[in-house]
Design a protein. Structure first.
Length: 230
């Protein structure tokens, strides 16, 4: 089951509840990369037994959000900047290829994409990044699902799980993402599939460009700190 779909479930098992709680903390930045998590400490904090925490750790480890050994404590995973770019380049290729195969799209998928855009707008008004990330993820999952290809869907969602939630998402960028999603959706509603593919390619390329700029700024800041220390 996808990350976004899990977040929308009306009932969650203890394992999934713990996983979603930790996932939300990671996505909001409350748990930064490199922070160590211990099974017993998390269990006490959440008022559950260690078993669902151990199972939740495994789920998040499979998603790439945690790394380490369950019994020895897990660490919020780090991604090197070049890995961010690689994952997004792979996503751009996969998602545009998937959408290029679409010759028809159901109203059900379009309605859910509409709700993703509306949910994103609500998140911007509430200044809440986590639900924005969830609706963003679901929008892109629906693009993959519209191709009706299990391999593309499975691989695409796996790559997405290792990209979307590690990317720094500034509030100023959220409105731009929403406008780009709305434009893609408008093209799909008009059944203008080639235009939708072009818009999707531009959307993901824009994100890749922003990542490169973000990394360039970070590299410059790191260089300045290092220069001051020498």
């Amino acid at each position: 089951m996808s990350i976004a779909a899990r977040a929308k479930m009306p009932y969650l098992s203890k394992k999934d509840s713990v996983a979603e709680h930790l996932r939300a903390q990671i996505l909001r930045g409350d748990l930064q990369a490199g922070v160590r998590l211990h099974q017993d400490s998390v269990a006490r904090a959440l008022g559950v037994s260690p078993t669902p925490v151990r199972e939740a750790f495994r789920v998040l480890q499979a998603e790439g959000l945690l790394e380490g050994e369950t019994h020895h404590g897990m660490t919020v995973a780090r991604l090197a900047p070049n890995e961010w770019l690689d994952y997004y380049e792979i996503r751009r290729l996969l998602e545009t290829h998937a959408l290029s195969r679409v010759t028809n799209i159901s109203d059900k998928i379009l309605d859910e994409m509409d709700e993703c855009v509306n949910s994103g707008a609500r998140s911007i008004r509430l200044r809440d990044i986590h639900p924005f990330r969830v609706s963003n993820a679901r929008f892109h999952e629906l693009l993959l699902e519209s191709a009706h290809s299990r391999p593309l869907e499975e691989i695409g969602k796996s790559v997405m799980a290792r990209s979307l939630f590690f990317i720094p998402l500034e509030r100023s960028r959220m409105a731009g993402v929403l406008r780009e999603h709305a434009a893609i959706l408008k093209a799909l509603k008009a059944r203008s599939f080639p235009r939708a593919v072009r818009l999707l390619d531009a959307h993901l390329s824009s994100t890749i460009d922003n990542l490169r700029k973000h990394q360039s700024v970070k590299d410059a800041a790191d260089w300045e700190l290092e220069a001051r220390a020498t």
